[in-house]
Design a protein around this ligand. Structure first.
Ligand code: NDP
Length: 497
């Protein structure tokens, strides 16, 4: 298959520190592959301790000396809206680069680019509308909250929807008045290389946004351990989150952790089966299945199980897998050969754990590239690895249940607790069941459509802390309490004889 290669691909990606594009101080680089040929198409500067230190120094200077934290919320909001305008005006180029670097289908990458713009608009509006608490004790005291940006925020992001997830952290951090150092995922640094020009054109002062490319265990680790970075917002695997937690502990840093998931989609017999099938197919196969909130375990009530399985498998077999740049493609190429090997190993494990009814390997006709056919295992037991472990690819486990209690035990019987999806037309059951699920987010009779004002985050191994709406602003700011006496200060008079 001839590959679409974007024009003007950069042959090298640098860091962006203090308003300048720079290489690593020791000159080291790493190769970046595209997921269709698995050939290196560019190199990126590999940041180390010294480079991170340089970036933190630039960000700290911009924070302490620069105008950014002192700008009126409206002034920062104008710049954030300008960023959104620029992102929107470049959405096609962004999607083209993102698709080339990640293997995400182009139509879905375009949606993610537009969502990135929306994140900036949302936090621009929010910061202007921000209000803070004031408490009055009549005649005696006035207490109010003085909100202050925390300083240099360290942002560490994964490769699945890189540009959008970066925007999810950059927008609230910048809206709050923090300055930032971003460490994007090493598999997918391409779209992040567009941020410096976007920010510059929108009027973000030098030093406010800094980008250090590199490996997690080098650049990411240095950011986590840097004493000049009081808070880290991290999205990635639960095991990496645990490591970052431990590494940040000696510094008592603020942490926001958006981690892995193995989210259940629970389909009761009274559900609208057509809608449930549409949503559960989309829920695990969109974004190549490389989606933290994927409904990767589908629990189906026995009465409709056989019908559901038959229809679901037919839909999965009909999904269009192919060239990520083709607008007809529904599932593209997985991000990297290492991840492809991991997903394929789960496909093999699944063959011993469940009944394979769709996929099970490479799709026909796609002999190279990181392509995996949408794969459906049914009759999967709850102790199976494909039921318990996050695969992060186009692979789903379907299991039957008889009673509501059994469905709840299955839904909650994993270490993760990010999202859950419930399909039923029984109003009371919908709410009681939803409220009993160990998940940070539940969708009732709905595909994963998120209102940006709502909390985003997981419980158990899926994360710590919630972002979304004002919660994001809370993370990037300190709420200082200012207590004022009105009238006489009623102080017990020690030392008065
Ligand atoms: P990783 O945890 O491997 O990496 C995430 C980021 O952390 C990367 O930038 C990585 O660098 C960096 N990193 C790795 N090791 C360290 C370290 N020791 N110190 C500091 N930084 C480090 O996740 P993936 O990139 O593989 O992303 C997939 C995971 O992300 C899945 O588990 C998925 O569920 C989760 N995710 C969660 C979401 C949520 O909101 N809950 C949303 C999207 C994804 P490098 O790239 O070099 O490894």
């Amino acid at each position: 298959m001839p590959q679409h290669v974007p024009t003007d691909l950069p042959d090298h990606l640098q860091h962006f520190i203090g308003g300048e594009f720079v290489d690593s101080l020791d000159g080291t680089t790493f190769e970046v592959l595209d997921p269709v040929t698995n050939q290196a198409y560019t190199t990126a500067a590999a940041g180390k301790n010294d480079d991170v230190d340089r970036a933190v120094t630039a960000a700290a200077e911009a924070f302490h000396a620069g105008p950014w934290p002192q700008l009126l919320p409206r002034q920062r909001a104008r710049i954030l809206h300008a960023i959104a305008d620029i992102v929107e005006s470049r959405d096609r180029r962004l999607a083209e680069l993102e698709t080339f670097d990640t293997g995400l289908p182009i139509t879905q990458a375009l949606g993610q680019a537009q969502r990135a713009a929306e994140n900036f608009r949302f936090f621009a509006d929010l910061i202007v509308a921000q209000r803070d608490d004031a408490y009055k004790v009549p005649g005696r005291q006035l207490n109010y909250v003085n909100r202050k940006p925390k300083g240099v925020a360290g942002l560490i992001t994964p490769w699945n929807t890189p540009f959008m997830l970066e925007s999810w952290k950059l927008a609230p951090a910048l809206a709050s008045g923090c300055t930032v150092v971003l460490k994007p995922a090493e598999f997918t640094p391409l779209s992040a290389s567009l941020w410096p020009d976007i920010f510059r054109e929108a009027g973000v002062p030098d030093g406010v946004f800094n980008l250090v490319n590199g490996l997690g265990e080098e650049a990411g680790d240095a950011l986590v351990k840097h004493p000049g970075v009081p808070l880290i917002s991290f999205t990635g695997e639960s095991s990496t989150g645990q490591l970052i937690f431990a590494n940040a502990a000696p510094h008592l840093k603020g942490l926001s952790m958006e981690l892995g998931g193995k989210s259940p989609a629970v389909v009761f017999a009274d559900a609208d089966l057509d809608e449930a099938i549409d949503a559960t197919v989309f829920g695990v196969f969109s974004l190549n299945g490389e989606r933290c909130t994927a409904g990767s375990r589908i629990l189906v009530e026995q009465a409709v199980y056989d019908e559901f399985v038959e229809r679901y498998a037919a839909r999965a077999r009909a999904i269009v897998v192919g060239d990520p740049h083709d607008p007809a493609t529904e599932v593209g190429a997985l991000v990297h050969p290492e991840h492809f090997a991991k997903v394929m190993s789960y496909v093999e494990i699944g063959k011993g754990e469940g009944r394979l009814v769709a996929g099970g390997g490479r799709p026909e006709g796609l002999e190279t590239g990181n392509y995996v056919a949408p794969t459906v295992f049914v009759d999967v037991k709850p102790d199976a690895r494909i039921f318990q472990e996050e695969i992060f690819g186009p692979v789903v486990a379907i299991s039957p249940f008889d009673t509501e209690e059994e469905a709840l035990a299955l839904a909650n019987g994993v270490k993760y607790g990010l999202a859950a999806y419930v399909w039923t037309n029984d109003l009371r059951r919908a709410h009681t069941f939803a409220q009993s699920i160990d998940a940070g987010m539940v969708w009732l009779n709905s595909n994963n459509v998120r209102d940006l004002r709502t909390p985003f985050g997981g419980v158990k191994a899926s994360g710590l802390g919630h972002e979304g709406g004002y919660r994001s602003i809370d993370f990037y700011t300190d709420q200082q309490a200012v207590h004022t006496t009105l009238g006489e200060a009623h102080t017990p008079r020690f030392g008065v004889r």
